[in-house]
Design a protein around this ligand. Structure first.
Ligand code: XUL
Ligand code: CO
Length: 438
């Protein structure tokens, strides 16, 4: 089946002036930025769940998507769907993808049957990966869709649910390894609570940590070398998710001795739901040595839920790329489009427009970020702002040469502080605009 017959050839870079909606204007995979190709810096990935499986349903209405690859929910159709997905990836020159176990293969009547279904479909993924050279960025398990996870999975009050989730993650790690995945992601799903009254928070957090340790141990046992990620999200589906934001996740990882094994997978819309900007979340994770991967999407400032829209805001992508470059770029991670087209954009071609727009927004953001870095203007202003720490008392404090008593002595002698300098916020903003709008 050629599902995307409207897209006659691979989407190519045509440059800024192109008006072809099926061309890249900024994403030029082999073009070098800061000495590396855009392809290797950006490491774009498409999400199987949104691209292939999102139906467009919402709490008020059923699915709207026209998806010629959907049919019976059986293994044969699941295998056919994989081929359609790789046609899509190839036509976009998308180097990576990510999946949840349950969106690639149907659940059977037993765990055995479900695992067998997965194996049948994974075979086709493997063939398609070999045929096209596309790679798996990360795999994960859906521990939230089935009613058995109504109270959560690794934080469920039901020990059997916990055991089921463990079996499911064991298999998900195995297939991720089989497909050469560069990572494995834990996103909370329903790991959180709706009511404080019926929740033993400490017990649930202890269980979650034990679960992640078991995953890390099992990965080691079978030789899975991929990077584990923890994906913060403050709410939805539960009112309070335990993986609230970077700071909460990193504290959890350190408190339970998981910090050597797990990094963060930061999602833009989750950051904004937590009341942060995505650059804040990225910088917090990066500054603590936990920046792993990114789920690239965006929210809507007028809506308080996870809209998972495609990113088009170049200010936002520029700030994101500035932080990603600052911490040395991705090692195992990438920019995974955990994003879906709007339910009104129901035609398959919309999937192309959406991904092209997202890739171009990041490619342009990368170019602007690299120019800002090259000019050094922002870096210089920042240096000036903190210059009191580069010599004298500041440098001495940083070098641990002081305590409260010696600082009091210093100030008693000096009497008053050096005059403060302007924060220059508006100047910073004007410089960013100068590089953005040329
Ligand atoms: C949900 C979400 C997930 C994770 C993977 O909001 O972002 O799709 O990325 O389970
Ligand atoms: Co996500």
């Amino acid at each position: 089946m050629v599902a995307f017959s409207e897209v006659k050839k691979t989407v190519q870079y045509e440059g800024r002036e192109s008006k072809n909606p099926l061309a890249y204007r900024f994403y030029n995979p082999d073009e070098k930025v800061e000495g590396k190709t855009m392809k290797d810096i950006l490491r774009f990935s498409a999400a199987y769940w949104h691209t292939m499986r999102a139906s467009g349903s919402d709490p008020f209405g059923s699915g709207t998507m026209y998806r010629p690859w959907e049919g019976k929910d059986n293994v044969a159709n699941a295998q056919k769907r994989v081929k359609v997905f790789f046609e899509f990836l190839e036509k976009l020159q998308m180097p990576f993808y990510a999946f949840h176990d349950r969106d690639i293969a149907p659940e059977g009547n037993s765990l055995q049957e479900t695992n067998k279904n997965l194996d049948e479909v994974v075979k086709v993924f493997k063939e398609e990966q070999q045929r096209t050279g596309v790679k798996l960025l990360w795999g994960t398990a859906n521990l939230f869709g089935n009613p058995r996870f109504m109270h959560g999975a690794a934080t469920s009050c039901n020990a059997d649910t916990y055991a089921f989730a463990a079996a499911q993650v064991k298999k998900a790690i195995e297939i991720t390894k089989e497909l050469g995945g560069a990572g494995y992601t834990f996103w909370g799903g329903r790991e959180g609570y709706q009511s404080f009254w019926n929740t033993d928070m400490k017990r649930e957090l202890d269980h979650l940590a034990k679960f992640m340790h078991m995953a890390v141990d099992y990965a080691k046992e079978i030789g899975f070398k991929g990077q584990f990620y923890f994906e913060p999200k403050p709410k939805e589906p539960t009112k309070h998710q335990y993986d609230f934001d970077s700071a909460a996740c990193i504290n959890f990882l350190r408190a339970y001795g998981l910090e050597k094994h797990v990094k963060m997978n930061i999602e833009t819309n989750h950051a904004t739901l937590a009341g942060h900007s995505v650059e804040h979340e990225l910088d917090y994770a990066g500054s603590q040595g936990f920046l792993g991967s990114v789920d690239a999407n965006t929210g809507d400032t007028l809506l308080g839920w996870d809209t998972d829209q495609f990113p088009t805001n170049v200010y936002e992508t520029t700030k994101m790329m500035l932080v990603i470059l600052k911490y040395g770029g991705f090692k195992t991670g990438g920019l995974n489009f955990d994003a879906k087209v709007r339910r009104e954009s129901f035609e398959p071609i919309d999937l192309f427009y959406a991904h092209i727009g997202g890739m171009d927004a990041f490619a342009l953001g990368l170019k602007i970020a690299a120019e800002i870095r090259k000019s050094g203007e922002i870096a210089q202003l920042l240096k000036e702002r903190y210059s009191s720490w580069d010599s004298g008392i500041g440098a001495e404090i940083e070098a641990n040469k002081h305590n409260f008593k010696s600082l009091e002595k210093y100030m008693l002698k000096k009497g008053e502080i050096e005059p403060n300098k302007s924060g220059r916020q508006e100047l910073f903003e004007n410089i960013v605009n100068r590089y953005t709008f040329k």
